[in-house]
Design a binder for this molecule. Sequence first.
Ligand code: GLC
Ligand code: GLC
Length: 811
Amino acid sequence: MKYGHFDDKNREYVITNPQTPYPWINYLGNEDFFSLTSNTGGGYTFYKDAKFRRLTRYRYNNVPIDDGGKYFYIKDGDVTWSPGWKPMKTRLDSYECRHGMSYTKFNSAKNGVEAQILQFIPLGFWGEIQKVSLKNTASETKKLKLFSFIEWCLWNAEDDMTNFQRNFSTGEVEIEDSTIYHKTEFKERRNHYAFYSVNAPIDGYDTDRESFLGLYNGFDNPDVVNQGTPKNTEAHGWSPIASHYIEVELQPGESRDFIFMLGYVEVDKDDKWERKAVINKKPAKAMMAKYNTVEKIDTAYDDLHTYWDRLLGKINIESSDDRLDRMVNIWNQYQCMVTFNMSRSASFFESGIGRGMGFRDSNQDLIGFVHQIPERARERIFDIASTQFEDGSCYHQYQPLTKKGNSAIGGDFNDDPLWLILSTTEYIKETGDFSLLDEMVPFDNDASRAKPHFDHLKASFYHVVNNLGPHGLPLIGRADWNDCLNLNCFSDDPNESFQTTGNKKGKTAESLMIAGLFVVYGKEYVKLCKRIGKDTEAKEAEKHVKAMIEAVKKDGWDGDWYLRAYDYYGKKIGSNENEEGKIFIESQGWCSMAEIGKKEGMVEKSLNAVKEHLDCEYGIVLNSPAFTKYYIEYGEISTYPAGYKENGGIFCHNNPWIMIGETLLGRGDQAYGYYTKIAPSFLEDISELHKVEPYVYCQMIAGKEAFKPGEAKNSWLSGTASWNFFAITQYILGVKTDYDGLVIDPCIPSKWDGFKMSREFRGATYKIEVQNPDHVSKGVKRILVNGKEIPSNTVPILEKGKAHSVQVIMG
Ligand code: GLC
Ligand code: GLC
């Protein structure tokens, strides 16, 4: 069953039934200022940091779901309705929610009134616009009462939800003209406030939640709206809100537009006050003036479209399947921008108070984003690298507002450092900018300990070399990519976190996943060293990579697949000898990508085993059989019910590792088959089961051993976005960036006749047309660049500012 449809021309998903199986959300904002918006108007806004600078309040895991947000109430006679359906949930004559590229639109109608709401954040602006248009389509005059509603968050979202003994006494607002200012704590250490305004005179307002709703009422039953009269309240403590009241008279056929703005202001410390106890509103007024007419809004909205045209224009494909085209051209790239901005902080599954930017997460997010805005990727790489230590280890997370490593979480996730080699080399391949290697980047955020960025990569590489276990394989530390394989944790206390507890200081537990990762990015490191003339270092590093390959072949192979790990006692994990968890996806993915033992047939056997033991209707599960009891020596992985999350769930993040492995074997049908199982646009028809948005990837789909296989959770913020984009564009469609050009090596379903890709690269546009006359999956017979055959499958760097034709004949 579907709840809407794709509108590819407008790059929108159009939801036509508000009662989606879960709130289907969108993100507004691209740089500093962000909002989450659900298909019924739920969600919240923050500046830079969803924990420390939250503007509006949102209650997670609420009953009913997704209650609270930015709401409008339209009172038309006895009937009150909301254009986003919620909170009133009045049956609408028509409803449509269009989630587009950084904007959301609602189009609804009730009893001869049409309402349109356009929500977006203009580029470079610290404010959200809501353009509300009301039209009378009836034959009589309409006297409407319009109420807006938001609820302020007292800035620190965690404190806001816990520290009530203080917070119920601190809330403060100011009201002037049509603007409600939120200034809690402004008098002390804050030099920022927020405001909610409308570009029209108002007929009343409310700023105290209890007065507006009534103490015992929900958002769907506000006292003030019921009575049709505002109370003009000024909040003192308790819960400040902002609600405007406007009387709107519309003749038949007449329409009116209102521009609401939710803005954020920072003022100089010495310029905080206009006069005693009155905040300096000058900057807020300048913001309102900037967007106070429909024309100005329309221009800003056009600019946003142009911005996305430019970003999405960089990679564009035409295949024989719309579902693929819309993933690659629109939604997957869009999601990569969102994961770049949010890391794992704020979604409808991440509360915005738990996690900041992850070292491993943000590095991986870059590979789906770097082509969009390389300058921002460069900056991000330095932010991440600055949280590393001289020995290569690093903080697992940092807070975006302070950019400081989070010491409560700490480090010792031994895969972390290697991902910096991935992000850095992908950045250089995209841009050709080797200069970042020479930039001075601090260790541990201490400028006096800065070293050239290259030294950070070197530290990353040697962190593995210096932390090997008894089999010469990498020590896992707290965990590797799989946060739930906690082999040194040994936790029997339900109140301690698997992520941060290490009850044993183990020097035995080793990871085959890190081993494969090390071979892949170790080789990349060697290649980079050679490329920049560090030959001695390249030779030295190469020895360590070779040793790792040998160690995997000797002690990492189980006969039909790669082992997953050795535990604290030196026992095998992910072996046929185990009763449960006989085979795991991560080591099959990474050791295959590293092509360890390919000649000996290990890669082929491993991927065949994946097919046989891990594949199911909805994707590839993480491990099999799933654990049915708690293994203290394995940790969190065995806490999850079978088939969910890291215990036998389909972790969409790691499926592309297998797809990439398959392409290295030349098995295009298999690689693409795996792709279509988890790509959201291919799942639209089963939205009822899938539950989450059909336009973005989720982190996990319940696996074959789950209670409800195919049901998905945790949409949006997952490395799944970047890895799937990377796998489909660079390995399946096979247009891969490299230091000296674009390497063309598709691995596609044999029945395809070919496809087209337009790819901006180093300032030129490559118009690639792949033809597959012999219906092979892999193999490039000839490449013609601007009509001339080239000797290899690396298309060189071509003249900037021009379009070049690249004709590829497979066979
Ligand atoms: C989550 C984390 C990621 C981790 C994965 C597997 O998605 O964000 O860092 O690798 O789970 O445990
Ligand atoms: C839990 C989750 C994992 C996530 C981690 C983050 O272990 O299962 O997916 O990465 O928490 O802290």
